[in-house]
Design a protein around this ligand. Structure first.
Ligand code: ZN
Length: 510
């Protein structure tokens, strides 16, 4: 069939309408969830749980009706007649991908999984209170069974982790990640050894004084506004576990948290979530109401948060500009310190068993450990009963520390206990690697970026990201986008060389 010029077949308009309904229900669910984690009184939990479940059911019905599949089939010729990167072809391509993934999983299973997730989360919270993994062990054993059952709905998968990995990062798999992470670890370990052997003293004491929470929050708000976060299309609120959520490009909300005795928490959780927020605010508005109005993957989204949090937010150039502002807010605590002291303090490489407190050098090891444990569990090589011991052994081997409790060990992250086992962590490490590769490319086009940062001109980098990454939404997969923008597949080297350069200077390594 031939589709001349700009005329789209009527089925395409029908498809757009159905996809818009799906996107609207998803956005309403997200608003309910944002409210639940920010302002909802605890008493609302039961009713809110039911309201969300009702909407989830409606969403599932709408997104899996056979008519949607038939509509997508009928549009195959039209899709082929349009360029790959056009909105029409991309919308049909991504809608088909979503549809096929959704219909592969029986709704009876999803209901069983959701119910078990709620139970496991409750057991996990009690296990944390008692600092005793055994309390949640039976529920996690069942979670592993359910994770394998989920995997069984995708018989073409090479590895039982692949379907779960594909949910978050659609164009990678266990085999590829195993190889990538093996290489990454081999590059990181000697660097960490060299830093630990260095005689250069560093301390984070400067950041661990008493800092008024309201002043911290006020500073963070002004900081991200200066960088380019648009408060006319967003807001920032406080929560327990910071996150970002968008309900369309005109309303992208971020959250953060602040600790009175550690200035890092508010600064870096805000810069991190701002990175996610800039991405969502920068989506092309014409993608609105289509499945393209989202980040390319969890890895690509995380690259945008880690870029601002670490590559920029822990750089000397950035604080040359911003430290005097921070000093102005905290004269008593920081008035006598130099930007050099502050830069050294925020880049202290430590030895923590807690992922979320890890520095940027050791952080990826925390991720690789979790990724490998997930694979071992799904492959049947590691039982849940043996998980705490395996966790501690991995920490001893890679980081030279053994967690002294389950709380600091296997119970620290919520992921396995609230979602499933598999595909939970790779995005964080991919994000770090992608961020470095993108930044290397941005610098090639704009070598003035560091000087611009020193002068408080954040727009050079922001606009580069806007035109190269943000505006595309998830039209391209992560690897496609990376190839398009950097001309190369995903590499470990840009990340390692960024770290080497920075820490060689900071710790005066050979
Ligand atoms: Zn993030």
């Amino acid at each position: 069939m031939h589709y001349p010029g700009s005329s789209n077949p009527p089925q395409y308009a029908t498809l757009r309408q159905q996809l818009r309904d799906i996107a609207d229900i998803e956005a309403i669910l997200a608003i309910l969830s944002w409210d639940r984690t920010t302002y909802m009184p605890a008493g609302g939990a039961v009713d809110r749980g039911r309201q969300s479940a009702t909407l989830q059911r409606l969403l599932h019905q709408k997104a899996t009706v056979p008519e949607l599949g038939e509509l997508l089939d009928s549009l195959q010729d039209f899709e082929a007649s349009r360029p790959y990167s056009s909105i029409e072809a991309s919308t049909i391509r991504i809608a088909r991908h979503d549809y096929q993934r959704r219909i592969a999983v029986p709704s009876e299973f999803t209901a069983r999984l959701t119910e078990h997730q709620i139970k496991t989360y409750g057991d996990w919270a009690r296990a944390r209170e008692a600092d005793d993994f055994k309390i949640v062990q039976p529920a996690l054993e069942k979670m592993l069974d359910l994770s394998l059952e989920f995997s069984s709905f995708f018989p073409q998968a090479q590895h039982p982790a692949d379907p779960a990995i594909a949910r978050a990062d659609r164009d990678t798999d266990a085999q590829q990640l195993r190889t990538l992470f093996h290489h990454l670890r081999s590059q990181l370990l000697p660097l960490i050894d060299a830093i630990r052997a260095s005689a250069t003293p560093t301390s984070d004491a400067l950041l661990c004084q008493e800092f008024d929470i309201t002043v911290q929050q006020d500073f963070c708000r002004k900081l991200i506004e200066r960088i380019g976060y648009d408060f006319k299309r967003g807001r920032i609120d406080t929560t327990i576990h910071p996150f970002t959520v968008g309900f369309g490009t005109g309303d992208v909300r971020i959250t953060n948290r602040a600790f009175s005795h550690d200035l890092r928490e508010s600064l870096f959780s805000t810069l991190h979530e701002m990175g996610h927020g800039l991405y969502e605010q920068g989506l092309d508005p014409v993608l609105s109401g289509t499945p393209l109005a989202a980040g390319a993957s969890s890895g690509m989204h995380e690259s945008q948060s880690r870029l601002w949090e670490n590559i920029i937010g822990r750089s000397r150039a950035f604080w040359e500009c911003c430290f005097p502002w921070l000093q102005g807010a905290f004269i008593r605590q920081l008035g006598k310190s130099s930007v050099r002291d502050f830069y050294a303090a925020i880049n202290t490489v430590g030895r923590t068993p807690i992922r979320t407190r890890a520095d940027e050098v050791t952080y990826n090891l925390h991720i690789i450990i979790r990724f490998e444990l997930e694979l071992a569990m799904l492959e049947g090589k590691l039982t849940i009963a043996d998980l705490p011991e395996a966790w501690n052994a991995a920490y001893q081997k890679d980081l030279g520390i053994t967690p002294t409790s389950d709380l600091d060990g296997v119970l620290q992250d919520v992921h396995w206990y609230t979602d499933r086992i598999g595909g939970q962590f790779q995005g964080y490490a991919l994000g770090n690697l992608i961020a470095a590769q993108l930044y290397e490319t941005a610098l090639r086009t704009h070598p003035e970026i560091p000087v611009d940062l020193e002068r408080g001109r954040f727009s050079t980098l922001h606009q580069w990201l806007q035109s190269n990454i943000y505006r595309h939404g998830c039209k391209f997969s992560t690897m496609e986008l990376l190839e398009r923008v950097t001309g190369r597949s995903l590499q470990v080297e840009p990340f390692i060389s960024l770290l080497r350069e920075k820490y060689t200077q900071l710790y005066r390594l050979e």
